[in-house]
Design a protein around this ligand. Structure first.
Ligand code: FAD
Length: 214
């Protein structure tokens, strides 16, 4: 994105460009390492980098619309990632409750307190997955899904965090131990209440759209 002038009322005007990463003056630097330990962000530095006019993406001055247009889709596309990691955590937790023997020699899953936790986890997962499928189907049909995208990102991230917290609880010490998959999934899932827009910003968006449409 680059400033390419001013609109009426002195508002800056942006245009979108495609830049080859191996262009002179363009380099990629490692970003910070988040708590999941994955290197998933980088900084792209453009320093005296010549970009020919032929590399303009879309219309001149309409770059911001292109950038923001992607945000709704991007928000929805993060949901399946979170759901996949949560489904894995559910499977590992069920396995753990079947195989872990507690006092009295019975498996964890025989305890009603554990059964209720697992039932709540699976129910929240089902709700999160259902609303994501519904919103993505609407997007596929070309329908407007701004409110649904905010709602899905909010609910999927928040419910996944609750599910992973219980998964750690049910795994006991194992769930706190570095190198255990549940410990990694907990750290990975925790990030989604912040990245791609925090839960607070999703709520702001939902409230604004509700107020705007009624
Ligand atoms: C590894 C990683 C990957 C990322 N990937 C993406 C991505 O794919 N897409 C993307 O869009 N972003 C991504 N981000 C950026 C992420 O969305 C931002 O970090 C996030 O929006 C928070 O911004 P901030 O860190 O500047 O926090 P701040 O803006 O400083 O916010 C701090 C706190 O204040 C709250 N807050 C701020 N403003 C308001 C407000 N108006 N109302 C209520 N509460 C408010 C926030 O919710 C937050 O809890 C990524 C970040 C990381 C670390």
């Amino acid at each position: 994105m680059a400033g390419t002038g001013e609109q009426e009322g002195d508002k800056p005007q942006f245009s979108a460009f495609l830049v080859d990463l191996d262009s002179p003056g363009c380099r990629v630097e490692d970003g910070a390492t988040p708590m999941s330990g994955e290197h998933i962000e980088s900084d792209i530095i453009l320093d005296d980098c010549f970009v020919p006019a032929a590399h303009l993406l879309g219309e001149e001055g309409k770059g911001m619309r292109i950038a923001l247009g992607r945000v709704t889709t991007n928000r929805l596309l993060h949901c399946p990632t979170v759901l996949g990691a949560t489904r894995r955590a559910l499977a590992l937790t069920l396995e753990r409750t079947r195989t872990r023997q507690v006092a009295g020699g019975q498996p964890l899953l025989m305890l009603q307190a554990i059964q209720h936790k697992v039932a709540d986890m699976a129910t929240e997962f089902y709700a999160a997955r259902s609303m994501t499928y519904a919103a993505l189907a609407a997007l596929d049909e070309g329908r407007e899904t701004h409110t649904e995208a905010f709602m899905c990102k909010l609910f999927v991230a928040e419910s996944a965090f609750r599910i992973l917290d219980e998964a750690v609880q049910i795994h006991g010490k194992e769930g706190l131990t570095q190198g255990n998959e549940i410990e990694y999934l907990f750290r990975k899932i925790r990030m989604f209440r912040i990245l791609t827009g925090t839960s607070e910003i999703q709520r702001n968006g939902i409230a604004k759209l509700l107020a705007f449409n009624h």
